[in-house]
Design a protein around this ligand. Structure first.
Ligand SMILES: O=C(O)c1ccccc1NCC(=O)[C@H](O)[C@H](O)COP(=O)(O)O
Length: 254
């Protein structure tokens, strides 16, 4: 695992828990729904491709949303989400593999497993269409990416700066997310995406992650080159269907 000494205490705690968490006992083989195809379908219908995140709580959110996660997921899809992200991290985000399993059964859009996977056996916990690999926290990014793809997962490789972007490109990532949240300080700055995006190759599916809180933010990320947006807190706060619609239609309702 790359440098963890300089990350926020909450993130150190997340990573300690991730290292201790068991993996799956059987190697998975996934029949994945295509994220790039889902993005293209949304674009063709005039919707911004939004990955809406089922995120019951987090270290930077007050309280926990106790609603049925499957019902929330359905409302996000009804609101036009091209894909969903489901937290499976239990200790800091209130997620579970069971939530993801039930949600993936209930919807027909691609589902991203949002967790802090640090070892190959942790890929085998639950089937999803896309799996998150965070460049900063993975020792052998190309090895883990290869292991994910060998199971037919699509991998979303998350980066925060140019160095991590180079690492992701070298590892062969075809879906890259630029996280606007600095995991060292937990501060969010949309300028992060704007500074990293220009170096991302054209053929990569590029996602702006974190800190998108208004339709104006959504347009800003799209203007900077985002193919899609990953939105958590701003969708989870209130009526999730209406909130999703707001982001999905941010360009048409301008
Ligand atoms: O969201 C947090 O508080 C957080 C804290 C520490 C590590 C990671 C964290 N979030 C993970 C994410 O990637 C976000 O859930 C996701 O990008 C959505 O972000 P947002 O729209 O800002 O909720």
């Amino acid at each position: 695992m790359n440098d963890t000494a300089d990350v926020a205490p909450a993130v150190r705690s997340i990573l300690a828990a991730a290292r201790d968490r068991d993996g799956g006992s059987e190697r998975l083989s996934v029949d994945a729904r295509s994220l790039p195809h889902a993005f293209a379908a949304a674009e063709s219908e005039g919707r911004i491709p939004v990955i809406a995140e089922v995120k019951p709580t987090s270290p930077t959110t007050e309280g926990t949303r106790e609603d049925d996660p499957v019902e929330l997921a359905r409302q996000m899809v009804d609101g036009g989400a091209a894909a969903l992200s489901v937290l499976t991290e239990p200790d800091h985000f209130g997620g579970s593999a069971e939530n993801l399993r039930k949600i993936r059964e209930a919807v027909d859009v691609p589902v991203l497993r949002k967790d802090f996977v640090v070892r190959e056996d942790q890929l085998d916990v639950v089937e999803s269409d896309v799996i998150l690999l965070i460049a900063r926290f993975v020792d052998d990014l190309s090895g883990l990416l290869e292991a994910a793809e060998a199971r037919d997962f699509q991998a979303l490789v998350e980066v925060h700066d140019g160095e991590e972007l180079s690492e992701a490109i070298e590892a062969g990532a075809s879906i890259i997310g630029v996280n606007n949240r600095d995991l060292a300080k937990l501060e969010v700055d949309l300028a992060t995406f704007e500074s990293v995006a220009p170096a991302v190759p054209e053929d990569v599916t590029l996602i702006a992650e974190s800190g998108v809180t208004t339709p104006k933010d959504a347009r800003r990320m799209r203007d900077a080159g985002a193919d899609g947006l990953l939105v958590g807190s701003a969708i989870m706060d209130g009526d999730v269907q209406m909130n999703t619609e707001k982001f999905v239609n941010a360009e048409t309702n301008e």
